[in-house]
Design a protein around this ligand. Structure first.
Ligand SMILES: [Zn+2]
Length: 338
């Protein structure tokens, strides 16, 4: 059970097929469309932005758009080219989805394989497309190998690097790439995507707010934890404060035995004080992470909310340094209740 975000690679397979199906990235896709219309689409593109906002989906959809003759750029979704690209069997479109299992980096062998696969092909009117997801995990060696593809004279390859943290890439790569930035999505769009994945319902709004505009992150949050355990923790937190020292000690004991990994539980508690802070500062305009529990939010001063946030984050750090779980939680709850 984990409410912690994971990397893009862990997100469910994207349902997106065509550029028009990518939600909330009109600005980035508009940029690509204008470049394509003017025949200025670079041979090396770098898609950057938060995890789970549609960068990889857009890269795959762009491959369709560049290969579909029925509806150029927009893609029909049903012709041979579109279907084989979606199925991952098109010989001119290869995707490196990230590091291999059990590996921390994208190894040079993966880049060489991509280059080999794209190299063996007959000439066609369409570009070869190589997509490297999680490109910040490319080793320096692998980045140098990729540079060869970028420098191929008269090459008809389009390379799309997808990265959350572009600063991990070598300046020699960065300087050759046309950069396209992706933004977090508005909450309403994230909610709509959650509903499309059967994750609607009363907690969808809170889930979207937790994911900070990233549908990919929202979809990998643990549904059970979010729908039930989160509410339980926050309701118990409110009640524990009223039950004196015994109430606090009991709650600490419950957290230790129920939540094997305490970080999701503490992240939820931090979000509670963040909500209290926002409510105090912004009033009715505040977008709360736990909007479904707004009526139970404590009425704290800004100073008290900040102090509680600091206490909660301090506890997360202490637990990472292997402090005694029970004692650390009792201390935290005492401070939160004071
Ligand atoms: Zn098509």
């Amino acid at each position: 059970m984990s409410a912690r975000p994971r990397r893009d690679a862990a997100a469910p397979a994207p349902h997106t097929v065509r550029l028009g199906d990518v939600r909330g990235q009109e600005r980035a896709i508009g940029f690509l469309r204008r470049a394509w219309e003017r025949r200025r689409l670079a041979h090396a593109l770098l898609f950057t932005g938060p995890a789970g906002v549609g960068k990889l989906a857009t890269a795959r959809a762009l491959a369709l758009g560049l290969h579909c003759d029925v509806a150029p750029f927009d893609a029909c979704g049903t012709c041979d080219a579109c279907r084989t690209i979606v199925a991952g069997t098109h010989p001119d479109v290869r995707v490196v989805t990230g590091p291999l299992p059990e590996r921390r980096d994208i190894a040079i062998e993966q880049v060489r394989e991509l280059q080999r696969e794209l190299g063996f092909r007959a000439m066609s009117a369409h570009p070869k497309i190589g997509i490297v997801n999680d490109a910040e995990y490319l080793t320096l060696q692998a980045q140098n190998a990729l540079l060869k593809t970028l420098e191929e004279p008269g090459g008809d390859t389009v390379l799309v690097l997808v990265a959350v943290n572009a600063s991990a890439l070598a300046p020699t790569i960065l300087s050759r790439c046309q950069r396209v930035t992706f933004d977090p999505l508005p909450t309403a769009d994230v909610v709509a995507i959650l509903e499309a994945h059967g994750r609607g319902g009363p907690e969808a709004h809170a889930l979207a707010a937790y994911a900070e505009g990233s549908p990919g992150q929202a979809l990998v949050f643990d549904a059970e934890f979010f729908a039930h355990r989160r509410r339980e923790i926050l309701t118990r937190l409110a009640a524990a404060g009223r039950g004196g020292f015994k109430g606090l000690a009991d709650f600490a004991q419950e957290l230790v035995s129920e939540d094997k990994d305490l970080v999701p539980a503490l992240t939820v508690i931090a979000s509670w004080y963040r909500d209290a802070l926002r409510q105090r500062a912004l009033g009715a305009d505040a977008e709360l992470r736990n909007a479904d529990l707004a009526t139970e939010l404590p009425d704290l001063s800004i100073a008290a909310s900040l102090r509680n946030l600091e206490t909660t984050y301090g506890t997360i750090i202490a637990l990472r340094q292997n402090a005694n779980r029970n004692l650390t939680l009792v201390r935290m709850l005492l401070q939160l209740a004071s």
